[in-house]
Design a protein around this ligand. Structure first.
Ligand code: ACO
Length: 435
């Protein structure tokens, strides 16, 4: 990766009567960064930033977010244009290789992915080891980590071609693993991938086909799946992506790194919020109950939150939420749920919140999760699968970020510092002398 940060000026820090100059760099767009790499050597002090709210951990060419303006770009392309005009497979090419593919590149890339969708026959035995009631994310974490035990020929991270093959394998095999995790909890037989189907259709078929009858892919659902995956494909240095990068910074193999990303995504503050938003809409139940619910949200003595609203970075409408809202309408229309009570509650709640001072002042807008739960549920997925679908879509972002990091000449093992507040040195006390 060619570094593109530009030295602009310097910032002066006065610390313990000493002044030091810190270089300031600019990216192509977005806030400048102050380079503190020599801070410890020059001052003996660390910076303190739990949650990394002011810390850029890397240089990246992939994804840009402007949270105040509600902008999300993949390699410069706005998310709404990609969702409307592109396909997930094109977006995978864009994220992995930096450019949208031409026709020949698309044909080749589609083939590369399609012909890696099968799993090693012995891999299926892995699933049998899990309890039937295992959460599909537990199965995903274990199964994806296990890929490194099956594909030894693409584990050398210093070989660009092996890195590329691992990327293809991960993007290709993730739908097969996710569908198996789903089928396993249902107690239904696994469905083998079909090479004549496109990426989203193949995944839906592996999830919903049964041997007792033919399965015909509904094009509206395939399109919805495709757009859902585009919207979730990458999101800059979020918790799971940073986890993948940190795991990879030690030289760990890509399958193990993606498994660590899946583990991080599983948490309710990250990938689990769409489930919480759907549960909230179900709890509210009807439009009549909205005023009481909003009153509880605004009550300073209650900890009730409007799930699917607010975002650490977006202080404006999440650009993905707009697309997801449209998708939700299309899916509900297709399944004949235009009168869906949850959709009515969601739309009324959104209208009220967007005009209420409490939410306006705090810049709380719908995020992608506000409508995604209703959409996925109408597509036939149980809530336990929501985070799995997120992981499936995010895999390309994780592996693109990992590849970018490995190719970056300034890459080092990630090793944060700390401010220690525990006991200072003391002598061991024998058990007999302890009170
Ligand atoms: N409902 C009601 N009030 C809220 C909400 C909400 N959803 N979100 C924030 N607030 C209020 C807070 O109470 C606080 O008010 P105060 O200043 O009076 O104390 C203020 O807005 C700022 O909130 P913070 O929690 O400090 O904001 P932060 O940026 O840390 O939180 C977060 C972002 C965690 C997403 C938060 O908005 C939230 O909990 N939302 C609901 C959960 C959710 O939808 N998460 C999905 C995020 S998107 C994703 O992960 C794909």
């Amino acid at each position: 990766m060619e570094n593109k940060i530009v030295a602009k000026e310097s910032a002066t820090l006065t610390f313990q009567n000493k002044q030091i100059e810190l270089p300031v760099y600019g990216g192509s767009v977005g806030p400048d960064v102050i380079d503190i790499r020599k801070l410890y050597a020059q001052t003996g002090a660390f910076t303190y930033d739990p949650g990394f709210t002011s810390t850029a951990s890397c240089e990246s060419h992939l994804t840009y977010i402007d949270g105040d303006e509600g902008v999300l770009l993949y390699r410069g392309y706005p998310i709404d244009q990609l969702a409307e005009q592109s396909s997930f497979i094109e977006v995978c090419h864009l994220l992995l290789y930096g450019e949208l593919p031409n026709q020949a590149q698309l044909t080749k890339f589609t083939r590369d992915i399609t012909y890696h969708t099968m799993l090693h026959a012995q891999f299926d035995r892995f699933f049998e080891g899990f309890r039937r009631d295992a959460h599909p994310m537990a199965v995903m974490t274990g199964a994806v980590g296990a890929l490194s035990a099956f594909y030894h020929d693409s584990l050398n991270i210093d070989d660009p071609r092996q890195r590329e093959i691992s990327s293809h394998r991960l993007v290709a095999k993730m739908p097969t693993i996710a569908a198996r995790a789903f089928k396993y909890t249902l107690g239904q037989p696994f469905v083998t991938p079909r090479n004549e189907l496109d990426y989203p259709s193949n995944f839906l078929r592996m999830c919903f086909a049964v041997p007792a009858e033919d399965y015909v892919v509904n094009p509206v659902m395939a399109k919805a799946m495709d757009v859902f995956m585009i919207l979730h494909a990458d999101h800059e240095q979020n918790a799971s992506t940073s986890t993948v990068r940190l795991a990879g910074s030690s030289g760990a193999n890509p399958f193990a790194c993606i498994a660590s990303g899946i583990a991080c995504l599983w948490g309710p503050s990250h990938g689990g919020a769409n489930e919480a938003a759907l549960a909230m809409l179900r709890e509210i139940g009807s439009v009549d109950n909205i005023p009481d619910f909003v009153r509880r949200v605004k009550d300073p003595n209650s900890d009730v939150r409007l799930m699917g609203f607010g975002h650490r970075v977006y202080k404006n409408y999440d650009p993905r939420a707009k697309v997801m809202q449209k998708l939700c309408h299309a899916v509900l229309q297709e399944v004949g749920h235009t009168d869906d009570p949850m959709l009515k509650v969601a739309m009324e709640l959104e209208k009220i919140a967007l005009n209420d001072d409490y939410f306006v002042q705090r810049k709380l807008y719908p995020n992608i999760d506000f409508y995604s739960g209703i959409t996925l549920s109408a597509m036939g997925f149980p809530t336990s699968m929501f985070t799995v679908l997120f992981a499936l879509a995010r895999t390309v972002g994780w592996i693109a970020q990992w590849s970018e990091m490995i190719a970056d000449p300034s890459q080092k093992i990630g090793r944060p510092r700390q401010v220690y507040t525990g006991p200072t040195q003391r002598n061991y006390v024998p058990l007999s002398a302890r009170g």
